[in-house]
Design a protein around this ligand. Structure first.
Ligand SMILES: Cc1ncc(COP(=O)(O)O)c(C=O)c1O
Length: 383
């Protein structure tokens, strides 16, 4: 069936497009969502179809609290959780509610290009802080923050993706987490943690979120069901201190429209109650993990030619640094002429990245297609 008129994903004929960070639609849990929808409608009737409570439905918030407590060993109270329509909506909402025109928002450089788009919609100044495979360069972060504070300019928050970052695919090391906690304590920095890939780990469970590791009131964590279940649900959650949650949930938007994603949240509550959530996530881990490994293995011949990357151990992405002097755009157009596409590193940069890179996503295609794409990439980049 041609679904192009209902999807964001637009594929071009004869191109294996590794630019899209979208899930494989074949792997999405249609059947489970269908039966959970029936169960939820049966249970809630019209209450599922009217305006919902502003923080989001309590049954799902309680299940999120259980899930977080199990994996991160810190249990958010129910009033420390609110539901969102996913991390994109949550980030836009935070900008609306917690920033003032002219505020500064610090971001990792590189960072998720579409989060940068969301931040650029707000009347704020965005400043990139270099980051490497261990996470943000905390010394630079501290220096930049101090510089702004000395001139009286308000830094609203630092937006970070510490777990299986987009685009780098790597996670913040424990040394950097400690250093960051120190900056938070010393300088009163507030953190917005985008935790969208937490469930998609392929080897080792990730470290607990910054929200779970730092004092209450310092971190707003954005969790999403977009990668752990399905992005079309448009459902996520925020964990933060009670005051911040009260402020976010006290918006005119929620006053008028009621809780975000009310219908979907009751469906996902059923999925979490029946333990299907854990089994869906475990299938994703297995399938996407194998895909990441397939692409990594296919690309290995490039490692002796100055191309550098870290083997993906979570998330959707392989971030390849190109040899010094490479031209991203030129390499990409050569790749496209051979039938493979990716995204240029510069897209993820606020300011300059200082090196050339490509982001390959391995979520959309099966291993055979990724091996084929990998062989084309090797051949093109080595010639
Ligand atoms: C880092 C990051 N944040 C947020 C999103 C989007 O999240 P959501 O679908 O929950 O809005 C993505 C999707 O690719 C992402 O990579």
């Amino acid at each position: 069936m041609d679904c192009s008129h209902i999807l964001q994903l637009q594929l071009r004929p004869n191109i294996i497009d590794l630019g899209w960070g979208h899930p494989d639609m074949e792997l999405l849990p249609h059947a489970q969502i269908q039966s959970a929808t029936n169960v939820a409608l049966q249970r809630w009737g019209g209450a599922m179809l009217t305006y919902g409570i502003d923080h989001g439905v309590a049954p799902l918030r309680l299940k999120i609290a259980d899930w977080v407590a199990k994996y991160e060993h810190v249990r958010p109270q129910i009033d420390e959780i609110m539901l969102s329509a996913g991390n994109s909506q949550a980030l836009a909402h935070i900008c609306t509610m917690l920033t003032q025109p002219g505020d500064v928002i610090l971001v990792e450089n590189p960072s998720y290009h579409l989060a940068l788009r969301i931040l650029r919609d707000a009347p704020v100044i965005i400043r990139g802080i270099p980051c490497d495979h261990e996470g943000v360069d905390v010394d630079t972060l501290r220096a930049v923050l101090t510089e702004y504070q000395n001139t009286g300019q308000r830094v609203a928050f630092f937006y970070t993706i510490p777990t299986f970052q987009n685009p780098t695919g790597t996670s913040m090391s424990s040394a950097r987490r400690h250093q960051l906690a120190q900056v938070v304590a010393d300088c009163g920095l507030r953190i917005v943690e985008d935790d969208v890939y937490r469930e998609l780990w392929y080897e080792q469970e990730p470290a607990p979120s910054l929200w779970a590791s730092m004092p209450r009131g310092t971190v707003i964590r954005l969790g999403s069901f977009a990668k752990s279940l399905a992005p079309g649900l448009r459902l996520g959650f925020i964990t933060a201190d009670v005051t911040t949650i009260r402020r976010l949930a006290g918006s005119g938007l929620l006053d008028s429209g009621g809780g975000i994603a009310h219908f979907q949240s009751l469906i996902v509550s059923e999925i979490m109650e029946s333990n299907e959530f854990a089994s869906i996530v475990s299938v994703y881990r297995q399938r996407y993990g194998a895909r990441g490994q397939a692409l990594h293995t296919a690309l290995l011949p490039l490692q002796s030619h100055g191309f550098q990357w870290y083997r993906p151990t979570g998330g959707y992405f392989l971030w390849m640094k190109l040899p010094t002097g490479s031209d991203e755009k030129q390499l990409l157009s050569r790749l496209e002429s051979r039938g493979v596409s990716a995204l240029p590193g510069q897209l993820f940069s606020q300011g300059s990245l200082g090196y050339a890179a490509l982001r390959f996503s391995f979520s959309l295609y099966d291993e055979a297609t990724l091996r084929n794409a990998g062989a084309i990439i090797v051949d093109t980049l080595m010639s």
